[in-house]
Design a protein around this ligand. Structure first.
Ligand code: ATP
Ligand code: MG
Length: 420
């Protein structure tokens, strides 16, 4: 048998309720803030990510799934959601529409990475994007939405919000020079990636996961000492808003985020529950993104959360998820009673009950065992005598009562039983 590609995972029906609970929480939280869903293609022109993600990032340098299509175009499976949303925002003329533009997405994303716990080649994200607002209250809203989502999942006590400002182009230029001065004596002992980052974008060195490099990044100068007055005021207001709203955070000057388009606010929610890949959600402000894509500059802020990492965290907590089990199992004994069972099942489904019938033509004993396994609340048995009487045997599997009920009264009987 051919196996699944490396770094991919099947979501099996038995786990569906966990995924759906997270997706429901994401939709509910996003819509409370007035965000609407957006869906963009799974693949885009490679150029979009080269421009939109940036060519000093790990994503563009080594992680993209890029191929030529039959028409000879270079196509890339989306490694993240922001660039596609930005393209759709501009291409559909929404930049000139009513602002702010607020959209959320639930997507799969693709990165050619070394697979490990919490790091896959196909993974899933919940993300939100807000275009048009430059104010710190927009940053606050994105973070509040992220926090509400994580709280709603029950992870509120197990995540830490790390907050930083990486300033604007002007203050970052001064900071980059300071970083180069700081790293210059050590750069020979640092990894190859960091040596390239040293030239192109020394901030990215702070994001290096290599132990040898981390030894030096710990004492590096802090961006916060280089912020210009406007960037500092923006950061102060954001912190004040979050504090007033009761959101706890730690200022962490080492958070720089993996993508080139960030400016000012950057943040990550991390958890101790899942080992090394501890960032479950990351985001920030990217006022420079649209300009980098040759569109009219428009301020923007957003985030993306990794669903697989959230699932790992929830599993570590042993978080309970409500799974919908059958309300009713209908057992049949022969062709006639199974036929009656199928019609009864249809009637009960029409009333909103989850009903499962015997499709395997098992013995009655095996059917009860199966119904037990499914956690069905009721088993309705139909046999020859029941057909003659026009009534079925309705057994409650938890109360262990069993009663003969006329076919036409079964729906009402179950409804009343539940109510009592
Ligand atoms: P990391 O530093 O862990 O590689 P990143 O900075 O590359 O993360 P982002 O591009 O910010 O990640 O993506 C947002 C979120 O998506 C991450 O915080 C993480 O939860 C999740 N994520 C990113 N890459 C992967 C992956 N390969 N597998 C699973 N989840 C991922
Ligand atoms: Mg990464």
């Amino acid at each position: 048998m051919i196996r699944i590609p490396k770094g991919c995972k099947d979501m099996l029906p038995a786990e569906a309720h966990i995924w759906q609970a997270i997706e429901d929480e994401a939709r509910t939280a996003a819509e409370l803030y007035g965000f609407k869903e957006i869906r963009t293609p799974v693949f885009e022109h490679t150029e979009l990510f080269l421009r939109g993600v940036g060519d000093t990032t790990d994503i563009v340098n080594k992680e993209m799934y890029t191929f030529l299509d039959k028409g000879g175009r270079s196509i890339t499976l989306r490694p993240e959601g922001t660039a596609g949303v930005a393209r759709a925002f501009v291409e559909n003329g929404l930049q000139g529409g009513t602002l702010p533009f607020k959209a959320y997405y639930l997507i799969s994303a693709f990165r050619y990475e070394r697979p490990q716990a919490g790091r896959l080649r196909e993974f899933h994200q919940f993300g939100a994007e807000l275009y048009g607002a430059a104010s710190p209250s927009a940053d606050a809203e994105a973070i509040l939405l992220a926090a509400r989502f994580l709280n709603g999942l029950g992870l509120g006590d197990d995540v830490t919000l790390h907050l930083n400002s990486i300033g604007c182009k002007q203050c970052r230029a001064r900071y980059s020079e300071a970083l180069r001065d700081y790293f210059r004596p050590h750069i020979g002992e640092m990894c190859e990636d960091c040596r390239a980052r040293f030239e192109k974008n020394p901030l990215r060195i702070l994001d290096c996961k290599n132990d040898a490099c981390r030894k030096y990044t710990a004492d590096a100068p802090s961006m916060l000492d280089y912020l210009c007055d406007d960037c500092r005021a923006h950061f102060e207001t954001l912190k004040e808003l979050l504090t007033a709203a009761g959101v706890k955070f730690v200022v962490d000057p080492r958070i720089v985020r993996g993508l080139d388009y960030y400016s000012r606010t950057v943040f990550e929610f991390t958890t101790d529950l899942i080992g090394a890949q501890s960032t479950v959600l990351g985001g920030g402000r990217y006022d420079g993104l649209l300009e980098q894509m040759d569109a009219k500059p428009t301020p923007a802020v957003g985030f993306a959360a990794g669903i697989e990492r959230l699932i790992l965290a929830l599993q570590a907590l042993d978080a309970p998820f409500a799974d919908r089990v059958p309300d009713i199992y209908i057992a049949g004994m022969d062709a006639q009673s199974r036929r009656r069972g199928l019609l009864l099942a249809e009637e009960l489904r029409g009333r909103g009950y989850v009903v499962v019938c015997d499709l395997m033509e098992r013995s009655l004993k095996a059917q009860f065992k199966y119904a037990d396994k499914l956690y069905a609340s009721f088993v309705i048995t139909i046999g020859e005598s029941e057909l003659e009487e026009g009534a079925a045997e309705v057994r409650n599997m938890f109360g262990s009562t069993s009663e003969r009920v006329k076919f036409e009264d079964i729906a009402q009987y179950i409804k009343n039983y539940r109510r009592n």
